[in-house]
Design a protein around this ligand. Structure first.
Ligand code: DGL
Length: 277
């Protein structure tokens, strides 16, 4: 048993779609969430800057003595160098591996689609990870940068014409690709999964990174014997780098419930940009 919290971070609000699934699957766990709302988006930045920001986010969570770290950000998951992950003394996961494992297990025909931020798609990390499990896989990817601001600004209803128009343009590339499975490679995207689904052929299964990451985390904590006590009622503490009020206001869309509890602003730029523990 291990009473320490799980640390979760994202560039902003999207990671709350992972917290939502963690709360369902691991109700006895405490969670410390950091959303880098002052520096979002990460997905349009360079690998170097994303890595620097992610190291600061990880250092913040380490300072809270967490027992596992989850990068609930598709961009960080795709870009963070393996050497940094290997330097951590506690378990770590991004959303990439859980989503890729699920997609490889789901796909019947090994034709898999991936959508994400520009940095995620440019990294090629999903294609490499998929082919390491299924060498026969044909992977088709596309960057969907406008999905993030559309979701953050609340254009998420199935009837929203702007989001549907943007989605039809981004997803045109998958017509005739034969994909039967698509990874939502960004934690904002499950919020508009119905719109995405409407633009794809009917038999495409969408992989929600939040659900898969929560399953992966539950299995990891169980395997490492570091679950919290079953009688403990888990709680969440939230930290952001800007505008705690907006986080509380808009976060509920991602979390699927009100952001209960305290949201505190921290100065993330002060922290070292390399892993210190
Ligand atoms: N949550 C981020 C991701 O999953 C998207 C937002 C951003 O670009 O920072 O990639």
């Amino acid at each position: 048993m291990d009473k320490r919290p799980i640390g979760v971070f994202d560039s902003g609000l999207g990671g709350l779609t992972v917290v939502k699934e963690l709360k369902k699957l691991l109700p006895h766990e405490d969670i410390i969430y950091f959303g880098d709302t002052g520096r979002v988006p990460y997905g349009t930045r360079s690998k170097e800057i994303i890595t620097e920001y992610a190291c600061q986010d990880i250092n913040f969570l380490l300072s809270h003595d967490v027992k596992m770290i989850i990068a609930a950000c598709g961009t960080v998951s795709a870009v963070l160098p393996q050497s940094i992950i290997a330097s951590l003394s506690i378990p770590f996961t991004g959303i990439l591996l859980p989503a890729v494992q699920a997609a490889c297990a789901t796909s019947q025909n090994a034709r898999i689609g991936v959508i994400g931020t520009p940095a995620t798609i440019k990294s090629g990390a999903y294609g490499r990870a998929i082919r390491s499990i299924r060498s026969d896989a044909v992977v088709t990817g596309n960057a969907c940068p406008l999905f993030v601001p559309l979701v953050e600004n609340g254009y998420v209803k199935r009837s929203d014409k702007v989001t549907s128009l943007v989605a039809s343009d981004y997803l045109k590339i998958f017509e005739g690709s034969g994909i039967d499975t698509m990874i939502l490679g960004c934690t904002h995207f499950p919020i508009i999964r119905d719109i995405i689904s409407d633009m794809l052929e009917q038999d495409v299964t969408l992989i929600n990174p939040g659900e898969e990451t929560a399953r992966y985390t539950a299995a990891k904590l169980t395997k490492e014997h570091i679950l919290n006590a079953p009688q403990h009622e888990g709680n969440c503490r939230y930290y952001v780098s800007d505008a705690p009020e907006s986080f509380s206001e808009y976060g509920s869309l991602f979390l699927g419930e009100q952001i209960g509890g305290h949201v505190e602003k921290v100065d993330i730029g002060q922290l070292p940009a390399n892993i210190t523990k």
